[in-house]
Design a protein around this ligand. Structure first.
Ligand code: HEC
Ligand code: HEC
Length: 311
């Protein structure tokens, strides 16, 4: 169908309702175009309303989910189911805006929470405002009322780790096995104790001791479900790790905790030694070639002179 766009001026849309009806009966292009515009406008309004209501869950998923569940038990932080019944809204809004300040004020409830969280102090989430905090609390209230919240988490497997798991974790780490959702293999940015000194990437930290650093299986697994740091988040938000991949990586990291890190200084020494070995080889090589050259020159001279003597 073709429309004459010069007809699409605002005035022709004033009685759009009638026009729509008319367009149905008479199929006048102007009226049809008005209807189309109205539909487009409504679509944009609905889409942005939807985006707006989606915003808080997305924000929660990115900034809160790796430390908290709603009804799934404690991770690094407490289970947030019914948190609104434990504390008053005003206290929670304050806490969300600056956890450290509330803890340092000596607030007994907050201090006890920190103890129960093994000393981890909740960070201030990026872009946190009073309004954001209110929206999050509303979301938590609604999610707490559900039989099963979408943030119950993350089924973290409790199967014991096997040798096979550790092996599979290693294979994902070094990229011998591809991650299902296309995430980059860990070795491009991370070192590990059993990766040769020059092998692992240097952009991220060595992960040999990460199992301890992130406080064991549950919180390490939760961390990997939704990495929330600057470099990790953008990569793994669109290419999340699968539960099975997290399980075997955790097995591999758990085994790593018994080793010491591939020290960067060790790799520097290795580098130096390799450098020295190469220079030695080069010098030795030249020496051999040079000697060979002298020999052949000398041999030629000797032969020449003995020939002369024979003559
Ligand atoms: C790095 C882990 C971490 C992240 C990320 C995190 N929290 Fe926390 N949260 C904690 C810890 C730990 C505590 C317990 C207090 C403490 O030790 O600081 C806590 C406490 C809380 C409490 C009080 C719980 C109670 O039982 O009274 C609320 C509410 C809360 N967090 C909400 C959030 C929200 C919402 C986000 C996302 C914007 C978030 N947290 C992000 C670790 C985290
Ligand atoms: C493009 C580089 C890159 C890739 C690929 C990458 N990481 Fe990271 N990772 C980082 C950086 C950089 C950090 C430090 C925090 C930050 O900036 O995100 C980090 C931090 C971490 C941490 C937290 C370490 C700590 O001590 O707190 C873990 C765990 C981790 N990465 C696991 C992995 C795993 C598992 C993979 C592979 C599935 C992986 N990373 C792939 C760059 C990467």
């Amino acid at each position: 169908m073709m429309f004459a766009f010069e007809h699409s001026d605002i005035h022709s849309c004033q009685s759009w309702g009638e026009s729509v009806l008319e367009s149905v009966s008479s199929r006048r292009p102007t009226a049809a175009l008005c209807a189309l515009q109205v539909v487009a406008v409504l679509f944009i309004v609905f889409a942005s309303a939807r985006a707006f209501s989606q915003d808080t869950p997305d924000y929660y998923r990115q900034n809160c989910m790796n430390c908290h569940t709603v009804g799934g038990g404690r991770l690094t932080g407490p289970d947030l189911k019914d948190v609104g019944k434990r504390r008053e809204a005003e206290w929670l809004i304050n806490f969300l805006q600056n956890p450290k300040a509330v803890i340092e004020s000596g607030d007994a409830y907050a201090v006890k929470m920190v103890e129960e969280s093994r000393g981890v102090v909740m960070p201030i989430a990026p872009g946190m405002t009073r309004y954001r905090a209110e929206q999050l609390l509303k979301l938590l209230e609604a999610e707490s009322a559900l039989e099963k919240s979408q943030f119950e988490g993350i089924k973290i497997s409790s199967k014991p780790f096997t040798e096979q798991d550790r092996r599979a974790g290693y294979e994902y780490f070094v990229g011998q096995k591809r991650l299902t959702n296309g995430g980059a293999s860990c070795i491009s940015c991370h070192g590990m104790h059993d990766i040769s000194a020059l092998g692992g990437g240097r952009l991220g930290p060595d992960l040999t001791r990460v199992y301890e650093r992130l406080k064991g299986r549950t919180s390490l697994s939760a961390w990997l479900m939704a990495p929330a740091t600057e470099t990790m988040q953008p990569i793994f938000k669109s290419h999340p790790l699968e539960a099975e991949e997290i399980h075997v990586l955790a097995a591999y990291f758990e085994a790593g905790a018994a080793h010491s890190e591939a020290e960067p200084s060790v790799s520097r020494i290795t580098f130096l030694l390799i450098g020295l070995a190469i220079s030695a080889a080069v010098i030795f090589g030249f020496d051999v070639i040079w000697k060979g050259r002298l020999h052949s020159v000398r041999r030629a001279l000797v032969e020449a002179s003995s020939q002369r003597r024979r003559q």
